[in-house]
Design a binder for this molecule. Structure first.
Ligand SMILES: Cc1ncc(COP(=O)(O)O)c(C=O)c1O
Length: 422
């Protein structure tokens, strides 16, 4: 079994890709995504072992929404966390039981709330107005459980756009600003029995994550005393960062849980249920992408390799490379690992704008037309952020497992793109 946070080694990825090439999986493809299902399932099992047995692990659908991947997660005992009603439908299509679906959108409509209540999902409300909509629409015998998202304001992490526990966050309700109103809301609605917190995705350190949960639990203790009833559910969100470089130390799940046990022991008591919403730390290291090198050219002093994956597949790395770095490998056309002296190269994408550069001046063995470039650690927030710019079709996605290779999604094909825009 792998360790939490352990990346697939360059050798392993190169070997596997060479096998895929030899077996013809890339014969007619410009590009390909691969996801290691065994590694992903290992992570789910590690979470199940680290947290109490009754915890619900809602893996964030937004990190990787492929239905077959969701089904594999469900089969391993996980639930799913959804940021939209469409993700709820994806989860149902994957076979998830409604009571294992956590619905978290900050913009739920009346109809969506009614549907979620009828299905019996776990619903986290984002604000007081949404809570009153729930109160109006909820039948007294509803099976749906409802929690309230609060913001413990532990501050931003190192990546601004994915930090959500700052004072101006658009998510949830500030604990310090609205403590009395929150108390009144829990007093008004006896069915409200959960608290939800999510600090940010990547870039938040362990202390921030633990402090966020701790502040929420301090409030929970106060609430319980004033209400005279238990607040049963504590949803600690996702946000456990992952590493994209061997030089970085992964933040270990066991260490996170140990610190939570030390600093927030009450959430581990048998009469409380912990919910988690991990995405990136489950998926990122399971995936890699492969692109054929279509052309090589020199512009000014720069060597360029033109790939079939750019800002359409790697929106965040292209627009904000400092926050979202990836590592690359080069294979010869036959799949063998390219060796030899390295040189600086710009890996450029296929889209029609000058900034479509996946990596600038990255040191790699000399790249030639027909080689393959591999992008490591792209199992999370890559396929799910696919962009329609220039209308290029989504490549095929394969599952890698010890039991064999299977297709998770066929290449989209030009006709499906035409239909999309029709
Ligand atoms: C509410 C919520 N839960 C969970 C996640 C998943 O975060 P991560 O993929 O960093 O674990 C996110 C990410 O944006 C989120 O907004």
């Amino acid at each position: 079994m792998s360790q939490w946070g352990e990346r697939l080694s360059a050798e392993k990825i190169a070997y596997r890709t060479a096998r895929l090439i030899a077996d013809g999986h890339l014969e007619n493809e410009r590009a390909l995504f691969v996801h290691d299902l065994d590694l992903m399932i290992d992570r789910v099992h590690m979470m199940q072992q680290a947290f109490p047995e009754n915890a619900l692990h809602g893996i964030a659908v937004k990190a990787n929404p492929l239905v077959s991947i969701l089904t594999a997660l469900i089969d391993a005992g996980a639930g799913l966390e959804c940021a939209s009603i469409e993700e709820v439908e994806l989860s149902l299509a994957a076979g998830c039981e409604p009571e294992k679906i956590i619905f978290d959108s900050p913009a739920k409509t009346h109809d969506e709330i009614q549907y979620a209540l009828e299905l019996g999902l776990y619903l986290n409300v984002d604000n007081f107005d949404e809570l009153e909509r729930v109160a109006k629409l909820r039948k007294h015998d509803s099976r749906a459980r409802v929690g309230f998202r609060v913001n413990p304001e532990v501050g931003s992490g190192s990546i601004a756009i994915t930090s959500v526990a700052n004072a101006w966050s658009k998510f949830g309700v500030s604990l310090s600003q609205y403590e009395e109103e929150l108390l009144a809301a829990f007093l008004r609605h006896a069915w409200l029995d959960g608290l939800h917190v999510h600090i940010g995705s990547q870039g938040c350190n362990l202390q921030q994550l633990v402090e966020g949960v701790s502040r929420v639990d301090i409030f929970r203790q106060k609430l319980q005393t004033q209400l005279g009833r238990k607040i049963l559910h504590v949803d600690i969100g996702g946000g456990l960062p992952t590493v994209y470089r061997d030089t970085r130390q992964p933040l270990m799940l066991d260490e996170y849980v140990k610190q939570l046990r030390d600093q927030v022991p009450a959430i581990f008591s048998p009469d409380t249920r912990i919910l988690t919403e991990f995405g990136r730390s489950v998926h990122a290291q399971c995936g890699w992408a492969v692109s054929r090198v279509e052309y090589c050219k020199v512009a000014g002093q720069s060597h360029l390799a033109v790939l079939h994956l750019g800002a359409d597949a790697f929106m965040r790395p292209v627009y904000n490379p400092n926050d979202w770095p990836h590592e690359y490998l080069v294979l010869n056309p036959d799949g063998s690992l390219k060796q030899g002296a390295t040189q600086a190269v710009n890996l450029v994408g296929p889209l029609c704008f000058g900034g479509d550069i996946l990596a600038k001046d990255v040191m790699l063995p000399k790249i030639d037309e027909g080689d393959w470039v591999i992008v490591r650690d792209c199992g999370a927030y890559t396929l799910s952020l696919w962009s329609r710019h220039c209308s290029r079709a989504l490549p095929k996605v394969l599952a890698w497992s010890d039991t064999g290779v299977s297709v998770l999604k066929h290449a989209e094909g030009v006709q499906r793109v035409v239909d999309f825009w029709r």
